[in-house]
Design a protein around this ligand. Structure first.
Ligand SMILES: [Zn+2]
Length: 332
């Protein structure tokens, strides 16, 4: 009996692993646009939709209020896979405020986004001007799953182990895209990310053209379009995603265990065990199983799960959704 139990555990532990990033990509890349500016509405959102690319918009509510069209465009962006996320009501330096005032800035902005963009979960945050302290981080942590700072990352060391404890998800570093950054530099950052296997977030601000004024860190429309095309061309090796998706995936991988719970007539049943709330942490995970000749069917609950082979031919890759029950592998 002991031998049997041991061998089953070995089987599940060795044979199926969770890929580091969705669809087994080498690294994750997020374009994040801060403040919600005119160029985001009129240039960035349409150009993203044209390319079927996601991005995260950290919205400062006071800026959204200046234009009647703001929430309509946000809803459209969200419907096309973008993330509408929290950047406070009035963009203050949070550590200079009273506890109560800081709480209102964070909570009211989140509620405004949820009320105005019903499909938005509003789970991530960016600190205005990047200013934060442990008290502010704890306040953000109550209703969010991650936060981007303005701290610059070590670009040559974009590794997967960027969060050793849960508060590290609230201090995610970034790279700043502004007029001194060439497209060659963007390509280099993407290469470092693929090599290091970690998460790269681009921090972008205003985008302009002949009809839209320059603001903070202004970048011309042509540049942003070329940057999007560059990211698009790297999607075979990099997961271009929202900040929330990256935060979810990384935490889900860390906390999820795959347990073999039953084996009968060539059909093995596995459970995904995780302490995370699956209504929040609802990002599909990519599982990798050593390739065998006779895998015929994978199911999660009653749903048939498509599978494919990794580029090197060694693995079977398939996606499962946390909170959607056990999955089975039929080897008959
Ligand atoms: Zn800002």
């Amino acid at each position: 009996m002991l031998v049997l139990l041991f061998s089953q555990q070995m089987l599940s532990a060795q044979e199926i692993v969770i890929a580091n990033w969705y669809n087994d990509k080498s690294g994750a890349v997020v374009m994040s646009f801060d403040d919600w500016l005119e160029g985001h509405e009129k240039i960035v959102v349409p150009e993203l939709i044209k390319r079927n690319l996601p991005a995260t918009f950290f919205v400062s509510i006071q800026n959204a209020k200046w234009r009647r069209t703001s929430y309509e465009v946000m809803r459209e962006a969200q419907a096309h896979g973008c993330e509408i996320a929290n950047h406070t009501m009035t963009h203050p330096s949070l550590p200079t405020l009273s506890h109560a005032a800081a709480k209102i800035e964070i909570d009211d902005a989140r509620q405004t986004i949820i009320d105005s963009v019903p499909s938005a979960q509003c789970l991530t945050f960016a600190y205005p001007m990047g200013t934060k302290n442990p008290e502010i981080i704890a306040m953000v942590q109550r209703q969010h799953i991650g936060a981007r700072s303005v701290a610059l990352i070590d670009e040559r060391n974009i590794t997967y182990d960027f969060a050793s404890d849960s508060s590290d998800y609230f201090k995610i570093g970034t790279v700043r895209v502004w007029h001194i950054v060439s497209l060659e530099k963007v390509v280099q950052w993407l290469d470092y990310t693929a090599k290091g296997g970690g998460l790269l977030t681009f921090m972008l601000h205003s985008v302009y053209n002949e009809n839209i004024e320059k603001g903070w860190d202004a970048m011309p429309q042509e540049y942003i379009c070329a940057m999007m095309d560059t990211l698009k061309s790297r999607q075979d090796i990099l997961w271009v995603c929202t900040f929330a998706a990256a935060m979810k995936y990384h935490q889900e991988k860390k906390q999820t265990e795959i347990k073999l719970i039953k084996e009968k007539k060539g059909v093995r049943t596995f459970a995904l065990q995780s302490p995370l709330d699956a209504t929040i942490y609802n990002q599909e995970l990519t599982l990798k199983m050593a390739k065998t000749a006779n895998t015929t069917k994978i199911k999660q609950g009653f749903r048939n799960v498509d599978f494919q082979y990794s580029a090197d031919g060694k693995w079977i890759l398939f996606n499962v959704l946390p909170g959607s029950g056990n999955f089975t592998i039929d080897s008959n």
